[in-house]
Design a protein around this ligand. Structure first.
Ligand code: AR6
Length: 182
């Protein structure tokens, strides 16, 4: 599914983040940038050791922030590493931290002149964020950013399975409807 936000494209696909040909892909990292499972493990496996070497030099990344490395052997030229919150029930600032992770990644892309970027669904694996709430925050944050930042031409959400794709699709359809406010 694709929608236009001013002159930019927001796209949903089902697939593997490591296979994307966007200029940057986003990693669902931890604050130590130490690697792990899920998206993080897949990106380091596919991209090779250079990405981890750069992560060691950077040292870390607070929750809600983002840092950038090259893409190593990946097709994407850059990896933007961001850290979503661990979900503890929703009353510990998780929503703002999750929005912050998307926003910081997009801001870094704008600063680096990156025009195409692919995101996984941050925090919805090991970090336990409920998918429907996370999808709503992800889509609202990206749509709001694209409205003000025409320099980003394409944002793609890469959803790993049909369930995640369906949830993002329903959420995006709802937010596109003038009858249902964000
Ligand atoms: N492409 C796209 N999406 C994927 C892929 C892939 N190759 N693999 C998994 N997903 P997670 P988090 C989906 O756990 O919740 C790591 O150990 C997955 O189905 O990767 O932010 C880090 O080091 C889920 O919906 O990220 C951190 O310690 C979503 O991506 C911690 O996990 C995110 O799942 C971060 O946890």
């Amino acid at each position: 599914m694709q929608v236009k936000i001013n002159n930019s494209i927001l796209e949903l696909v089902q697939g593997d983040i490591t296979k994307q040909g966007t200029e940057a892909i986003v990693n669902a990292a931890n604050s130590g940038l130490r690697g792990g499972g899920g998206v993080d493990g897949a990106i380091h496996r596919a991209g090779g050791p250079q990405i981890m070497e750069e992560c060691w030099k950077i040292g870390g990344c607070p929750t809600g922030s983002a840092v950038i490395t090259t893409g190593g052997r990946l097709q994407a030229r850059y990896v933007i590493h961001t850290v979503g919150p661990v979900y503890h029930g929703g009353n510990r600032g998780e929503a703002e931290l999750l929005a912050g992770a998307y926003r910081s990644s997009l801001k870094l892309a704008s600063e680096k002149g990156i025009r195409t970027i692919a995101f996984p669904s941050l925090s919805t694996g090991a970090y336990g964020y409920p998918l429907d709430e996370a999808a709503r925050i992800a889509i609202k944050t990206v749509v709001d950013y694209l409205k003000d930042h025409p320099e980003i031409g394409l944002v793609r959400f890469v959803l790993f399975n049909a369930d995640a794709y369906g949830t993002f699709e329903t959420t995006l359809r709802d937010t596109q409807s003038p009858l249902i406010p964000l």
